[in-house]
Design a protein around this ligand. Structure first.
Ligand SMILES: *Cc1c(COP(=O)(O)O)cnc(C)c1O
Length: 321
């Protein structure tokens, strides 16, 4: 088990924030004895692309999904970035911190009432300078920006990023995850799926011989396939599969079995995971390998999309890392 750094070459002609967005990506090999213990199937090779290690708050895929939007905002001379999310949203926190680092003001439209005690996620977003506005779930469903926001902030200077970064610019940024030297050898690429933006980017950038598998973390979200297709050109549509059996009850839902697996996985591989996304991804990967779903000799790339901060909402001691 080792960690190596591979070059991300999606950086050409990036004059904007080269330090933030051009980096070497950490890749962790888990194909040694540790994986054997976990799966008893040594002939399957698997590596984890550790996007969780690139920044403590702008975690994993969020970094990639935001970058093209922020470039656009800068090109349009916008001063404020506004986006949407829930109280535990990695996207909200990543946007707040990225905006802070890039010199934008940020505004978060948050689903639901402000609780007496804000979540750790929202607290940290606020510390990064994000102004939060809470709206009812109904208003949120329509992505209504309340009038008070435009009383406090210039609408003309504001750049809107859709919830979860869903959109073509999000896909464009996410595609750069795979434009990394050395990733051509993988036969299967697996990622956790929320809005599908990241999966769309991976499908867009994948080689013809690579199969893309998305693990949906929402229950019965069968509109996801169409949503991913909507971000793809025709010749890339349907070049992926979404599995709906590993949500553990739904978005941010969890069971003792999931926590147990995450702890075991950590003991075996040294890789921490979050209970909303990557824990479910690794569980699914382990399950599929055990089930002999991959041909002998397959090389899997599991994308660790980050999101570790979400574990702060759990009871202390639930996870051993
Ligand atoms: C947001 C998020 C995802 C889902 O990404 P989408 O592009 O919305 O599908 C996956 N993993 C983690 C850790 C995330 O924070």
């Amino acid at each position: 088990m080792y960690l190596s750094f591979i070059k991300n070459d999606g950086c050409e002609n990036t004059t904007f924030a080269a330090d933030l967005f051009c980096m070497e990506l950490p890749l962790q090999n888990i194909r040694t004895a540790t994986l054997k213990n976990l799966y008893q199937l040594p002939e399957i090779n698997a590596d984890v692309l550790r996007l969780d290690l690139i920044h403590p708050a702008i975690s994993g895929n969020k970094w990639f999904k935001l970058k093209e939007y922020l470039k656009d905002a800068k090109a349009l001379h916008k001063k404020i970035v506004l986006t949407f999310g829930g109280a535990y949203s990695n996207h909200i926190l990543a946007t707040a911190v990225a905006c802070h680092e890039q010199g934008f003001q940020s505004v978060g439209i948050i689903r639901g009432e402000a609780g007496a005690q804000p979540s750790a996620t929202l607290q940290q977003a606020r510390e990064a300078g994000m102004q939060l506005y809470f709206i009812s779930r109904t208003a949120y469903a329509n992505k209504t920006v309340p009038d008070i926001v435009w009383q406090n902030h210039s609408q003309e200077s504001t750049y809107l990023i859709p919830e979860g970064g869903f959109g073509l610019k999000g896909r464009e940024g996410a595609a750069e995850i795979l434009r990394t030297t050395g990733l051509e050898k993988y036969t299967h690429i697996l990622t956790a799926v929320g809005t599908g933006t990241t999966l769309a980017g991976l499908v867009f950038a994948a080689m013809p011989h690579q199969q893309l598998l998305g693990i949906s973390v929402l229950k019965n979200n069968y509109s996801l396939h169409g949503a991913v297709n909507s971000l793809l050109p025709e010749d890339r549509q349907d070049q992926f599969k979404i599995l709906h059996d590993f949500h553990f009850g739904g978005y941010a839902k969890h069971t003792a079995e999931l926590f147990n697996f995450m702890n075991q996985w950590y003991l075996q591989t040294g890789i921490p995971s979050d209970f909303v996304y990557t824990g479910k991804l690794f569980f699914a990967a382990a399950h599929l390998i055990k089930n002999n779903d991959f041909e002998k000799g397959s090389r899997l790339l599991l994308i660790h999309t980050g999101g570790m901060q979400g574990n702060r909402s759990l009871m202390p001691g639930t996870l051993i890392f």
